[in-house]
Design a binder for this molecule. Structure first.
Ligand SMILES: [Fe+2]
Length: 338
């Protein structure tokens, strides 16, 4: 059974090695005709007064975009699972308008889900004081997955230094660990209790009452869910330290993903957006130094999208038991977007 899954992981188009990935081959460029189509759509949207972060597919449909974006989606979902879209007109539109454009393009790939208990459907990845989550700091973010099927990150302003994105195929990592250390596979599939960072619904446990599998298969699709920090935090809170063997299994998994030939590194420049198939591709970010002037601070817009229909996933892969039935983090009454 394991060997069958290993062979499948390597043959899968998302089972790539970073060393073999060509940035240009995974980059898709907007054409001038498509950019004019965006202008047309924006004119209509501005007249409609629709809130920018809730732009839906019906607001952003255009003959010059629809088929092309369907092809992009196919590459995200069934191809390499990592795609860079280049040419977002970040200098042309105001911040609000640019968010609308990003939401509009994203609406072709899935519907946006809330990214935190605050109910933000379009996250701002930037360095803020009193940060509550890793993505609102300038620190390194170690390899992990997010809480939705497709994650889009649009670079509006790059850092002065650093802020490089790292990606690794979790399908390929499965193949490597299963071949080199098959003894760890059971621990990775059994999974780990995870801390919910205080974003659980009222009445829910602060730590998952079930183990979240690092690897799980549903309807023949292998998915990966991994955030080391919340595994370690849960172990601490529960007073149940991981066994040495479990720590070794996680270290082995992460070290395999970070190997030179496995990981893929790139820096998103203004106007470029990465879209990943989150349950097949791990991501990370290096620390960064900001520009001094606040208006030049590194800024990326983030979308968490759920496929239509959603990717088949085992229930335990979700950190939250969302009452909405959707991916992401259900908003909590009274918290509201910050
Ligand atoms: Fe992330």
């Amino acid at each position: 059974m394991v060997m069958k899954a290993v062979a499948a992981a390597r043959r899968h188009p998302a089972g790539w090695l970073g060393a073999e990935l060509d940035r240009e081959a995974i980059t898709w460029n907007f054409t001038s005709v498509q950019l004019r189509a965006i202008d047309e759509l924006m004119e209509k949207l501005l007249r409609s007064g629709r809130p920018f972060d809730r732009v839906a597919r019906r607001d952003f449909s255009h003959p010059a975009l629809d088929d092309a974006l369907a092809e992009v989606l196919a590459r995200i979902k069934s191809g390499p699972g990592l795609l860079i879209m280049r040419g977002f007109p970040v200098d042309k539109y105001s911040a609000d308008e640019m968010q609308a454009v990003f939401c509009g393009i994203g609406s072709h790939f899935g519907h946006a889900v809330s990214q935190s208990a605050d109910g933000d459907y379009l996250g701002h990845v930037t360095n803020v004081e009193k940060a509550s989550r890793g993505y609102t700091t300038n620190r390194e973010l170690s390899l992990h997955t997010d809480s939705a099927e497709i994650v889009g990150l649009l670079c509006v302003r790059a850092a002065k230094e650093g802020g490089t994105s790292l990606y690794a195929s979790s399908l390929r990592v499965y193949d490597i660990v299963a071949r080199e250390h098959p003894e760890y596979m059971a621990a990775l599939k059994r999974g780990f209790y995870c801390h919910r960072r205080g974003e659980e619904a009222p009445g829910d446990d602060p730590v998952t009452p079930y183990r979240v599998p690092v690897y799980a298969t549903k309807d023949g699709l292998l998915s990966c869910r991994y955030v080391r920090g919340i595994i370690d935090r849960a172990a601490q809170v529960l007073g149940q330290p991981l066994s040495r063997f479990e720590r070794e299994a996680l270290d082995c998994f992460e070290a395999a993903a970070l190997r030179d030939e496995v990981r893929f590194e790139t820096r998103l420049e203004p106007g470029e957006a990465s879209f990943i198939n989150n349950y097949e591709i791990l991501h990370a970010r290096t620390a960064f130094t900001d520009w001094d002037h606040p208006a030049r601070k590194r800024l990326l817009y983030r979308l968490w999208l759920e496929g239509e229909p959603p990717r088949p996933l085992r229930r335990e892969i979700h950190l939250y038991q969302n009452r909405s039935g959707h991916m992401g983090v259900d908003p909590q009454p009274g918290r509201g977007p910050r």
